[in-house]
Design a protein around this ligand. Structure first.
Ligand code: ADP
Ligand code: MG
Length: 351
């Protein structure tokens, strides 16, 4: 097992920059996720780690080993892609065994024993003789995972492995991948555009945007303390307010958004952007209150998601009971307003 370090990794394709100066340190045994919208550079980063792409600048290191010029088959990485990529003419067991084409199984076991133990690991012990087309999408992805793990790689790389599956299968596979990763303690770098999946499965996440990293932190960190407007809006739902500081008070500032003043945690003078999560807003009172019009109400099962209009601006509210009237008073506390632009140095330091 190893840690993985990317230092100043840059990738250009014909003068177009796909990655700018990416620096990431993935710890040994960590489940680390790259999350961001389509086209932000997640696959390019994974391919640079796997050795399918050489960075235009910068280095990739596994432990103390510098990987420049090392071909993929010599990097000890296991890879799972979005589209199963199983061989249709081979049985499930043969597909897993194919993972051992470059090397012997780790330890003293035979190839067949290794294949069988991997099939057990992914809960497909009795499926070895089947053909891939007799398996569900989720089962096929577990075969792909078993194949990737067969040689006992140092690093596991997964590129949107669940995006072709429907919701229920995706949930099941997510739980299994998480269990297998923590059982094996293998350093894992996972790629997804699905922020919910990223929060659920990872020790830490890197939020990517336009070939850059916006923020690295624990799922709770990036959700509760987004460092930029992009992260605030990409990770979970958020209500973003932009205004200007009107006054400072003890323990907070007044920020004027249109002609309404909100109390938020310390903000600097000038332009300020802060956000309030839909679940931090509530019907009725709060340190800050405003009136809004109910546009639509969606029943989500465990909660209602209410789309409001406040002075022509959309505001989302998440509550356990649906509002009874078309016109509502909404409140939130100053401490639930998280400043993403225009904070004090102490606040910037904290976030
Ligand atoms: P993601 O996986 O986050 O969707 P990618 O890493 O696939 O993003 O792509 C990042 C950027 O690099 C995109 O703008 C994409 O068009 C560009 N890109 C990726 N691969 C190539 C390539 N082989 N040639 C030219 N441009 C590429
Ligand atoms: Mg991709």
């Amino acid at each position: 097992m190893v840690d993985v370090r990317l230092s100043g990794v840059r990738k250009e394709y014909d003068g177009v920059t796909a990655l700018e100066e990416l620096s990431i340190h993935v710890e040994n045994g960590e489940f680390f996720t790259l999350v961001g919208p389509s086209g932000c550079g997640k696959t390019t980063t994974l391919r640079a780690i796997a050795g399918f792409e050489e960075p235009t600048a910068g280095t990739v290191q596994f432990g103390t080993r510098e990987m420049t010029g090392v071909p993929p088959e010599d990097r000890d990485v296991g890879i799972v892609f979005q589209n199963y990529a199983l061989f249709p003419h081979m049985s499930v067991a043969e597909n897993v065994g194919y993972g051992l084409r470059f090397r012997d199984p780790p330890g003293t076991v035979t190839r067949d024993e290794r294949v069988q133990s991997l099939l057990e690991l992914v809960d497909l012990a009795d499926f070895g003789d089947r053909n891939p087309d007799e398996l569900s999408g989720g089962q096929q992805q577990r075969v792909a995972l078993a194949r990737a793990l067969a040689p006992g790689p140092d690093v596991l790389l997964l590129d949107e492995p669940m995006s072709a599956l429907d919701a229920r299968l995706r949930d099941d596979l997510r739980t299994q991948v998480s269990r297998i990763q923590s059982d094996l303690g293998i350093t894992t770098i996972y790629v997804t555009h699905d922020q919910e999946e990223a929060l659920a499965i990872s020790d830490r996440v890197a939020v990517m945007h336009d070939g850059r990293i916006e923020q690295i932190g624990s799922p709770e960190d990036v959700y509760r303390r987004p460092k930029s407007r992009f992260v605030a809006e990409f990770v979970g739902e958020n209500n973003v307010f932009s205004g200007e500081t009107a006054a400072h008070e003890t323990g907070g500032s007044l920020v004027a958004v249109d002609d309404h003043e909100f109390r938020v945690a310390d903000a600097t003078d000038g332009n300020v952007t802060f956000c309030v999560r839909p679940e931090a807003l509530r019907l009725g009172g709060g340190e800050n209150t405003f009136s809004a019009t109910v546009e639509t109400v969606e029943f989500l099962g465990e909660a209602f998601r209410v789309h409001l209009d406040w002075n022509g601006k959309p505001v989302i509210l998440r509550v356990s009971e649906a509002p009874e009237n078309d016109r509502v008073r909404v409140g939130f506390d100053a401490r639930d307003a998280h400043v993403v632009e225009g904070g004090t140095p102490e606040l910037v330091e904290q976030r």
